[in-house]
Write a protein that binds this ligand. Structure first.
Ligand code: UDP
Ligand code: MG
Length: 327
């Protein structure tokens, strides 16, 4: 098993990269740093703490820069603007040099104390070890319900099985990281991509904490768009639904048309039916607009992908890994 965990003899030099996407997290960075440090100092690996500052408008970058001055293990990648968490994570994966990578949120909702367990499962031969929430504190009932529905829907209509109740908190082995790095699509639904690559995956249960400080960067509009992204990047089912719906309506109209002809032949045509005519016209107009909208969602994504822009731009890289690290 070449890609897998080190022997006793060389484990001291195995590098593990911890990736932290951070957007306006000045209130939590220090607490996070302390908690990660107190966990990792007990472990026989060489850790690198890679912060991806996703265009924060507060002092996140300054705080991390200060940390990096005193701690050579702290690496900071400043993106040129806010690109969103999915892309920030990808930037981290692109630049991580470790034999394994752990992705963790900055807000301490993912407890760093789980890191030893993640590493243990990796050493047991798994490529992807994801943390599965058994509880969610501090989140509204509506968010829990919508999250539940989303995971069940995507499992039903998507082609990949995305494990329910998992966030991005996970460990990835080098082969899994390289696989993910080869997926360069712009519309990155990371939870789906993590599942898409396959490899040996396993879950460990954990208790998801409240945010340590600051506020969530999500609102329902963003979540809705996130769900749309998830569905459109992994399934063309909505396009098919439009087709079948169209076929059904056409078939029913055909039957209705025949009935009308027969009816007119037998009873003549006294010209009633304005209300039903309006209903049919408006209904079909609505259906057509919806179908056009669905096509538009896919077309727009194709447009974005064909531009082939880089996923992100980096404005500054502090404490990059030294050249003897293997890339
Ligand atoms: N984040 C990011 N870019 C963004 C939004 C969020 O890098 O545009 C980071 C954020 O700093 C945090 C993680 O993504 O480390 C999760 O964000 P948040 O806590 O707001 O999401 P939630 O936990 O509510 O899903
Ligand atoms: Mg959070």
């Amino acid at each position: 098993m070449p890609n897998h965990p080190p022997k006793e003899s060389d484990k001291n030099i195995t590098t593990i990269s911890i990736i932290v996407p951070a957007y306006n997290e000045e209130e939590v960075i220090l607490a996070l740093y302390e908690r990660i440090k107190s966990v990792t100092k007990e472990l026989p690996y060489n850790f690198r703490l890679v912060f991806i500052n996703d265009g924060s408008k507060d002092h996140t970058a300054e705080i991390i820069t200060q940390l990096s001055e005193n701690d050579p293990q702290v690496e900071l990648i400043n993106l040129s603007r806010n690109f969103g968490k999915e892309i920030a994570m990808s930037a981290g994966l692109d630049h991580a040099t470790g034999e394994a990578v752990i992705i963790i949120d900055a807000d301490l909702q993912d407890p760093p104390e789980l890191i030893p367990e993640l590493l243990e499962m990796w050493r047991a031969g798994n490529d992807v070890v994801y943390a599965k929430r058994i509880s969610r504190d501090g989140e509204s009932l509506l968010k829990k319900i919508t999250a539940y529905l989303f995971y069940r829907t995507i499992k039903k209509i998507g082609h990949v099985e995305i494990p329910a109740d998992t966030g991005d908190f996970r460990l990835l082995s080098r082969p899994a990281i390289d696989a993910l790095k080869s997926l360069r699509e712009h519309h990155r639904f990371m939870k789906g991509l993590f599942a898409w690559i396959g490899y040996k995956q396993t879950a460990i249960p954990y208790h998801r904490d409240r945010r340590f400080a600051g506020s969530t960067k999500w609102n329902y509009w963003k979540l809705w768009n996130f769900a749309l992204e998830g569905i459109t990047s992994f399934t063309t089912a909505p396009l098919k639904i439009a087709t079948y719906f169209g076929l059904t309506v056409a078939a029913l109209s055909f039957i209705y048309g025949i009935w009308m002809i027969v009816h007119t032949l037998i009873h003549g045509n006294p010209v009633p039916g304005y209300p039903s005519l309006m209903v049919v016209i408006l209904f079909l107009g609505g259906v057509q607009l919806i179908a056009l909208g669905v096509i538009g969602e896919y077309l727009g994504r194709m447009f974005d992908e064909t531009k082939q822009r880089p996923l992100y731009l980096i404005s500054e890289h502090i404490n990059p890994p030294s050249p003897h690290h293997k890339e």
